[in-house]
Design a binder for this molecule. Structure first.
Ligand SMILES: *Cc1c(COP(=O)(O)O)cnc(C)c1O
Length: 427
């Protein structure tokens, strides 16, 4: 039996309607920006394997670190015990984050990093004996697929069967030049009720909503309001962290900081699962007491897994290297040059960049949304041209690993333009 037949017999894939889905791509190996299939094809990993791989596949420094850690200590309990790699991760993360972040909680993935942040906020108020129960989020938000994370995400198609189980959340519209004043006003009206425990937001770029980009000044205003009304805020940097927005973290582009930052995806260079919820001493101290009733009674079997932690440290080493910096700058400059040359093409409804993310919304007239037919057409076109690029609806976006070279960048840019010229779904 082929790999695909065996897959079809026993595997349940994420976000996939198995009855109509085309065969999955059978990947045999991966190196740098390239994926190689069992049937001898290759694809450029234009979206960094679900936005995770930052240094490229098969990075030797990360591989050596994981190997060495396995020989030293593979997995360890993290309640009542500690280990040097977890402590090193916490120390180094606090050092690279803006001042004020002081405590690191470990979990397994992006959803759990958000789930933990939400639970910390509700318990913070509980421990203080203050009743606040609502959350504020942004329309179009995606924070993960566990129940708390779904509750604060955009309601609709993706979570309809569970909607009756979600807690109370209000939403502000996605900010634009036209509506920003209204958004801020609406936010203030909500906060004035005094009933809001927390506010969660994807800073500067909404990922799953279609790589929607907004201005740092607007995020600044939101954070100021949260601070003014004592609403605890979470910056969900699961996607934006680690130079995706051009700075180490998206929040490096603002002054007023959130109470929490959630990290996953690129933390380990994208090669091992981990989630980090980082917060302040002020939050941490509200959980201190004589007995465990005020403690955060939450944990996961693989909390602070030493192999994952060793990958985090190795990835942070790589961020100190000039090659990484120049790779990031190459992508930033490449995207900018693409937009300077093609940004005003009428086939783009909008064409924007935030750091290493290029986001191109294709004009499709009447039709729009995640299931637009241009999605299938574009996905197929890029595959036929050795590029694995999964559009979000009518948004084509390009966020490659930082080891991509100029020739590979140019190959993707030129295929984007060739696709547009021959595309059937644009008016
Ligand atoms: C991917 C993502 C998540 C969820 O992370 P998982 O590791 O898939 O659970 C949460 N928030 C944002 C902004 C994301 O992009």
């Amino acid at each position: 039996m082929s790999l695909i037949d065996r897959d079809r017999a026993y595997v349940w894939h994420p976000f996939t309607q198995a009855q109509v889905a085309p065969d999955p791509i059978p990947i045999a190996s991966a190196e740098g920006v390239w994926l190689y299939t069992t049937d001898g094809k290759k694809y450029l990993d234009a979206n960094s394997s679900w936005w995770t791989i930052v240094h490229g596949h098969g990075n030797k420094h990360i591989a050596d670190a994981i190997h060495q850690q396995f020989l030293t200590a593979d997995h360890l309990i993290f309640a009542g015990a500690t280990h040097s790699k977890a402590v090193e991760v916490a120390e180094r993360m606090v050092n690279v984050l803006p001042k004020g972040f002081q405590k690191v909680f470990f979990s397994d993935n992006g959803s759990t990093s958000v789930e933990v942040g939400i639970k910390m906020i509700y318990q913070y108020w509980h421990n203080k004996g203050i009743k606040k129960k609502r959350f504020l989020a942004m329309e179009g938000a995606y924070h993960g697929d566990t129940f708390g994370a779904m509750s604060v995400g955009q309601r609709g198609y993706f979570n309809k069967p569970f909607e009756h189980l979600f807690f109370d959340v209000d939403y502000i519209p996605f900010p634009t030049e036209e509506n920003i004043d209204d958004v801020i006003q609406k936010m203030e009206e909500f906060f004035k009720t005094g009933d809001f425990a927390g506010f969660i937001v994807e800073p500067l770029v909404q990922g799953a909503a279609g790589m929607r980009i907004y201005k740092p000044e607007w995020l600044e205003k939101m954070m100021q309001l949260a601070q003014k009304y004592e609403v605890k805020s979470i910056a969900d940097e699961v996607m934006t962290g680690f130079y995706r927005t051009g700075t180490f973290f998206a929040i490096n582009q603002i002054e007023t900081l959130p109470d929490f930052i959630c990290l996953s995806k690129g933390v380990t260079g994208g090669v091992m699962p981990i989630g980090l919820t980082v917060t302040t001493s002020e939050i941490f101290d509200a959980f201190l007491g004589e007995d465990t009733s005020t403690a955060l009674l939450h944990g996961h079997s693989f909390t602070a897994n030493p192999l994952s932690c060793s990958a985090v440290c190795a990835s942070l080493d790589l961020f100190e290297k000039p090659e990484t910096e120049s790779g990031i700058q190459r992508i930033v400059a490449g995207h900018k040059n693409f937009l300077d040359t093609h940004g005003d093409n009428p086939k783009f409804k909008s064409a924007k960049q935030m750091g290493t993310i290029l986001s191109l919304e294709i004009e499709i007239g009447e039709e729009s949304g995640y299931f637009s037919s241009i999605r299938t057409e574009a996905y197929q076109y890029f595959l036929e041209n050795e590029i694995l690029l999964r559009p979000l609806g009518n948004v084509i976006f390009f966020n490659p690993p930082y080891c991509i070279n100029q020739e590979e960048l140019d190959m993707v840019y030129s295929h984007i333009m060739r696709f547009l010229r021959q595309c059937k779904s644009t008016p």
